[in-house]
Design a binder for this molecule. Structure first.
Ligand SMILES: *[C@@H]1O[C@H](CO)[C@@H](O)[C@H](O)[C@H]1NC(C)=O
Length: 314
């Protein structure tokens, strides 16, 4: 009898643990949970952000061009005014996190400029085709930065290259190098060969979960357009939470950034498997939700709106 009670007690405490542990009991659901982004006291990146990009493997012109055009679009306020919304408005939402900082001055938050300061092509994959974070990625970071602490390394991979941990729940990420000289960096995986059904969605049928409409990539390339989505999310995260003590949604074990809390949402009416309402280019059929540099079109992930706490896409 005593052992039965103990067994019951054990079962009960395991159940309680599962019910009340934020990780095991309930995963964050961007469609139904109300996200709450809060500052944890750390700084944001401000002013001019200089990216140092490593194109690892034969990334191809399309990926390079699409990503470069997206970066140029972040502060491109020109173009035909009637073509709305603009990438620059999406970026202004990221910039608006500055006004939630304790020392923020009233008024419009200052611009945050993003420039490509350095580029390095490792076409021949000198470190092999499977990149391990602490080992290979660190080497690439050292190589591209040449000791310059004022650049943000971005490692972008070709279709036949794998980055450790990418594809399994993440498509790009903002990470920190090992202490004592921790610095933020970004990895961007290529979904084309390894995980199109996970990281190529919504331009490829989803591998998991409910099936919904598949969108047409606005720049005509599933991998390039999906990499813009995941890079945009990692960039917003890097700017608002560079050292992992800035803005994030804190209730869950994994830190979720401005787009992380809105994952899977690209327009009104988004639901599991359905990216939501987006525009369609009458000429190409490409789906997008933002216009950028030279009237280029991009699909960008929703970001948490600092004004009313909803997921916003412009
Ligand atoms: C939140 O603000 C955006 C504009 O910034 C607006 O389009 C949206 O309707 C607002 N949502 C709510 C629930 O107030």
């Amino acid at each position: 009898m005593g052992s039965l009670i103990r067994l019951f007690g054990l079962a009960l405490s395991i159940t309680m643990l599962i019910m009340f542990s934020p990780v095991a009991g309930h995963n964050y659901d961007p469609y139904t949970d109300k996200p709450e982004m809060t500052s944890h006291g750390g700084q944001m990146l401000t002013g001019t952000i200089n990216l140092a990009i490593v194109w690892y493997g034969n990334c191809g012109k399309k990926i390079k061009k699409t990503m470069r055009n997206f970066i140029k679009s972040l502060d491109f306020a020109g173009g035909r005014p009637r073509l709305q919304p603009k990438v620059v408005s999406w970026w202004e939402m990221v910039e608006s996190y500055q006004s939630l900082m304790p020392e923020a001055k009233p008024g419009k938050p200052p611009k945050i400029y993003v420039k490509v300061a350095k580029e390095l092509s490792e076409k021949t994959c000198t470190l092999g085709k499977v990149l391990i974070l602490q080992h290979h990625i660190q080497k690439l970071i050292d190589h591209v930065t040449q000791g310059d602490p004022n650049v943000i390394p971005v490692i972008v991979t070709a279709r036949d290259v794998t980055i450790q941990g990418v594809c399994h729940g993440r498509c790009a990420d903002h990470l920190l190098t090992e202490p004592p000289n921790s610095r933020p960096f970004i990895i961007v995986g290529n979904p084309e060969v390894e995980c199109p059904g996970e990281c190529g969605w919504p331009f490829h049928a989803a591998e998991f979960g409910p099936k919904g409409p598949v969108l047409k990539p606005p720049n005509g390339d599933m991998a390039a357009d999906a990499m813009v989505v995941s890079f945009a999310s990692a960039l917003a995260d890097t700017v608002t939470n560079p050292m992992r003590d800035g803005f994030f949604h804190s209730f869950y074990a994994d830190q979720l950034g401005p787009s992380g809390v809105c994952k899977g949402i690209f327009g009104r009416g988004a639901a599991p498997g359905n990216p939501g309402q987006v525009q369609s280019d009458p000429r190409t059929g490409g789906n997008f939700n933002a216009y950028g540099f030279k009237n280029k079109r991009f699909l960008l992930p929703a970001v948490w709106n600092t004004k009313n706490g909803t997921c916003w896409t412009g």
